[in-house]
Design a binder for this molecule. Sequence first.
Ligand SMILES: [Zn+2]
Ligand SMILES: [Zn+2]
Ligand SMILES: [Zn+2]
Length: 819
Amino acid sequence: MAKIEILQLAHFSVRGVVQGVGFRPFVYRLAIKYNLKGWVCNTSEDVKIEVEGEAEAIERFYFELQSKAPPLARIEGITISYHPLAGYTSFEIRHSITEEGKYQLISPDIATCQACLNELLNPNDRRYRYPFTNCTNCGPRFTIIEDMPYDRPKTTMRYFQMCPQCQAEYDNPLDRRFHAQPNACPKCGPQLQLVDNQGKQVIATLTQTISLEGRGLKGDPIATASQLLKQGRIVAIKGLGGFLLACDATSATAVKTLRQRKKRSSKPFAIMVANMDKVKRHCCVSSQEEKLLTSPQSPIVLIKWKNDSPISREVAPNLQYLGVMLPYTPLHHILLRDTGLPLVMTSGNLSEEPIAKDNDEALRRLSGIADYFLIHNRDIYSRYDDSVAIVEREVPQLVRRARSYAPYPVHLTFKAKQILGCGAEMKNTFCLTKDNYAFVSQHIGDMENIETLEHFNSTISLYKRLFRIEPEIIAYDLHPDYLATKYAQELGDSGRGEHARPYLIPVQHHHAHIASCMADNRIESPVIGVAFDGTGLGTDGCIWGSEFLVADYHSFARAGHLEYLPLPGGELAIKRPYRTAIGYILSLLGESALKQGLTFIPELSSGQVSEAEIEIIKRQMERKINSPLTSSMGRLFDAVSALLGIRTEIDYEGQAAVELEMAAYTHQCAEVSFRHCEERVSQSSERSEEDEAISDSKESYPYRIIMENGGIRIVQLSELLSAIIADLKRGVSPGKISFKFHSTVAQIVNEMCQLIANKTGIKQVALSGGVFQNRLLLRKTIYLLENNGFQVFTHKQVPCNDGGISLGQAIVANFAVAS
Ligand SMILES: [Zn+2]
Ligand SMILES: [Zn+2]
Ligand SMILES: [Zn+2]
């Protein structure tokens, strides 16, 4: 008896990251496999599929569509509907359709895949050593896209006409490069050049021999650049999202030269090494850290640095973590293999300016830093730094969110209005919301100069265009002097014509931190929010920074904080933590204690800081001139760091606190938490031992919690400070004092949360703010809170520092208008 065939025609709409990731060829192959007829097509908002065939086959097709999608696809939703048969005779891939007002998610750039790497290293392959090799599974995306739908004419690859061979790959649905928009080969694609810092071409072909500083060097631009790097030169390399500055990481001289020229005396550099084996030569790597390093996102991961690593300590002075990444473009792979060296790879900019992206711009801005430039003619459309992550408690957390993460959105638990959150000032990002998405921008930088503001502005325009967002609400920080605040206010004033003037909603800095952490964890119910950072303007005009809030998306109440203390000289105290220490000792313990305490601050005991400066500080405090009050936790870390003689002046944000944390690791107990790899990677029984060791809080300093009139709890610090001075006098090591201090802060958090929970019944705690980049503090705090029955939330997708502020602002603004 003949089988009865039930024929159907099904229409699918697939949403998510489904363009530029090999989705249509996958659909094509699937349709062929199940003998289905019809078509597939990209539109501005989805991938549309129509298949006609046996009902059972369509069911299988649907199942595999979800379960076997290409690795980089992220399906957010599939809708299916059934229609009358159309009588298709084949399956085809149709031209893309552009639709007004529709948008879809965009794939970030993806590290070189194994298949492309194999071709790159195979001398018989036509793409042997070709630095722009890519396929539908890897390569540039967001950095070259000017608009959607994602097609070659809308990317910076449009200037390159594919050769017949590349075109054939591009047109063949069964090829790995089918519709790979940046597809290229040495014959038809972008080319590298090596130029000197005057822009003069040094080498541009594969076989040219040149005379360089009296030596004949043979090879292509990459081989020559490798030689130069081995000689200790600094080479600027055009990468995916901008220029990186490279030098030999094992050469103290090269690294020092780079520091001098870049005007960056001690802020750590990241390094790139050829492969995992090499990473393990320099660092103690856990299995989760390895997973993150080798992921398609390939971020910089901060990992425990081995003492016997040959990488120069100049790369990250006084630090025990090293920022490491693996090669993520073909160019990097070849370069790292050719040099055989770990290379410093740091953003191509002068101190805090944005990363340089165009050839001319790089030559203009970086000629005082780099000796040579490895440039190419594929334009970068969107500027992008490398992302930075850590792994804490087995979970990756982003510290800087940029390449390969942005512009993938944070998913919200509610449908948001169209809002722009402008962020704060340091490490800034912006956030645009629409539907269930929060598009947090890539790291833009410190909003301190006109270049960064321009980068901020043009990136906002790009996101608005790509995701079809026209914000009706603008959220910004309370601080009136931030460039981002001024930017928001100008937008508010300029609304006219076709768009109504947007609402302006100011959002308190720490409320934004906590809302950001809540959104990051998809929680909506009220939390006890602990926001610890350096600076954030409060609603009372003081500088807040150790905030215990009872908060949700709608509102917050301040439940407690460290007592207010003066910052003599304001900004100057932030740059010179010894001033903060003097201010704190004077106000808490008085003149006599100052004399004792100061003997431990080297600059003071050695007379580098004059009596006159101390007198000025006293006067500033007495007369309250340029001596703002702060409850900042960051400043307390600064003051203790200075008091212990660890760091009295800084040259990058957070340095005093970071070095104070590092000192704690020299203390015996903390050592356990960073024992060597073999042990560290081994097992979880170890982890509990580790937890106990770092969380042993029996040894801590005294403090006092009092209740102020308004019902706000204040943590008083005089006993803490005098106990630290007493320990110093007894000759206790700075490492041990630092360890005890960390325990004390964790205990303060735990006790305050308990007091707040007693009153409110809330048992969920959200930790946010840059201070929680301190991993020792984070671990101790989580340990105590969890043992005390709290559920603790920390950041994952966006940074806990001010890079996460814009997300919180947008969400608070959304609810401010809704209510
Ligand atoms: Zn590939
Ligand atoms: Zn070609
Ligand atoms: Zn902050």
